[in-house]
Design a protein around this ligand. Structure first.
Ligand SMILES: Cc1cc2nc3c(=O)[nH]c(=O)nc-3n(C[C@H](O)[C@H](O)[C@H](O)COP(=O)(O)OP(=O)(O)OC[C@H]3O[C@@H](n4cnc5c(N)ncnc54)[C@H](O)[C@@H]3O)c2cc1C
Length: 403
């Protein structure tokens, strides 16, 4: 599309690390807003009520080229930097839509791009960019190991030209609505590896072939409409060519993709924060109780102002992380801090919005209770807040390792 193509051209020449003042990618944001306007609150309420996947919305974003902005031009995408992806996801959520329906494609794709063979890239990326294949599922978390990824138990054992996968994943979101799954599994037993980070491998699994042939997907009914599932692998045979990169180095590849994931999820959270602030501000001006707008009371306006400041601060950290990421500089601390601050700001804004709306906040028709539920996720997934606090304590401040 033309706005994306123009932005790609402008971004082609790398310059010094800078952060823009004002909106990033205003033309792209405007196009996103136009697409989102076709999917109003009642569309999302119906999906939420029935826990249905917003297929029409994801198709519209795909068709407009938004989900392919990070895929390089030679593979059919726009070749833009992470801040373009962040602008799109943020704007989706500011508009009251739900970026979680499709954000994973932006960061899982990076693992294929950075570590896949040229053959894998040529086979998958153009189809993903063109919307012919969906890569929306990312299987890391398991019921027993949880945040302790290195203790995951799903195994993939090489047998000739195949790997045989056994085990279980939990909270694998969008698996029923994705063709491909990026899967992390153990290929060397934990006791046999030289370094504790060795022995895990990443696979790109074609679920269209695996379903019913060793792969069972069971939906989990959750607090929010996240289309999340449990996966069961029972002697699932996948071609050896599904391996991404080198066997045993999968944990590094996943870590490598985490900065992108943190930045994009921070953008999701910022979008939700802004939606709640906009909604609370508008309601504060219009709702009259005791003969004056409720927003005239400092008890109502101060929490909204505080949530706004937290959001602006988190936005600055997200931009800093994105600028470093795009310059190829280390950004682990900034990406983690951005995700944490944005998650806290989203929750602060959601709680404030709910309080501002009084009883009406609980009524479905205002969309506040739905967005409130959606805004809670960032403190838990894709990584829970304590893990980020622990990362900053240990790796930034040099405090003793706690686990
Ligand atoms: C809606 C939803 C969608 C998700 N989608 C995906 C997905 O698509 N793919 C995927 O792989 N995963 C997904 N997840 C999983 C998510 O990443 C995990 O839930 C999250 O990382 C936390 O892991 P856990 O639930 O096992 O919690 P646990 O690891 O059991 O932790 C429970 C609590 O204890 C705390 N804790 C644990 N250990 C420590 C410690 N050493 N120090 C301090 N605190 C600690 C945690 O911070 C947390 O608050 C999703 C989760 C949800 C709820």
């Amino acid at each position: 599309m033309s706005t994306i193509a123009a932005a790609a051209k402008a971004a082609a020449a790398p310059g010094p690390i800078t952060m823009e003042v004002g909106e990033t990618y205003p033309e792209i944001r405007e196009s996103v807003r136009r697409v989102c306007a076709r999917f109003p609150g009642e569309y999302w309420r119906e999906k939420d009520r029935n826990r249905h996947y917003p297929s029409e919305f994801v198709a519209a974003l795909t068709e407009a080229g938004f989900l392919a902005v990070l895929i390089p031009e030679e593979y059919g995408g726009a070749g833009l930097g992470i801040s373009a992806g962040a602008a799109i996801l943020e704007e989706v959520n500011v508009s009251g839509c739900n970026a979680a329906a499709c954000h994973a494609q932006m960061y899982t794709m990076g693992t294929v791009l950075r570590h896949g063979t040229e053959r894998q890239k040529l086979e998958y990326l153009p189809k993903i960019a063109g919307g012919k294949l969906r890569l929306q599922a990312f299987g890391v978390t398991e019921p027993t190991s949880g945040s302790d990824t290195l203790s995951l138990r799903t195994t993939a054992v090489r047998e000739g030209e195949h790997y045989v996968v056994n085990g279980q994943k939990v909270w694998t979101s969008r698996a029923e609505h994705s063709d491909l799954l990026l899967l992390l599994a153990r290929t060397t037993p934990k006791e046999q590896v030289a370094k504790r980070t060795d022995g895990l491998s990443v696979f790109l699994v074609d679920m269209r072939e695996a379903k019913g042939a060793g792969l069972t997907i069971r939906p989990i009914r959750a607090m929010l409409n996240h289309n999340t599932t449990e996966l069961f692998f029972d002697n699932m045979r996948i071609p050896a060519a599904s391996l991404i990169g080198e066997e045993g180095r999968g944990f590094r590849y996943i870590l490598d993709g985490m900065n992108a994931e943190r930045i994009l999820v921070a953008a999701d959270a910022l979008g939700d924060a802004r939606w709640h602030i906009n909604k609370a501000t508008a309601y504060g001006k219009e709702r009259v109780v005791f003969g004056r707008p409720i927003g005239q009371n400092q008890g109502v306006q101060f929490p909204i102002a505080a949530a706004y400041m937290a959001t602006e601060a988190a936005s600055l950290m997200t931009r800093k992380a994105a600028a470093l990421f795009e310059a190829g500089e280390p950004c682990g601390a900034e990406a983690n801090m951005a995700k944490h601050l944005a998650a806290e700001a989203a929750w602060q804004a959601a709680d404030t919005c709910m309080q501002t709306f009084g009883g009406f906040g609980f009524a479905e028709e205002y969309d506040v209770e739905r967005k409130f539920r959606e805004a809670r996720i960032y403190r838990t997934a894709p990584i829970s807040s304590n893990m980020i606090l622990s990362y900053v304590a240990e790796h930034v401040l040099g405090l003793p390792r706690s686990y």
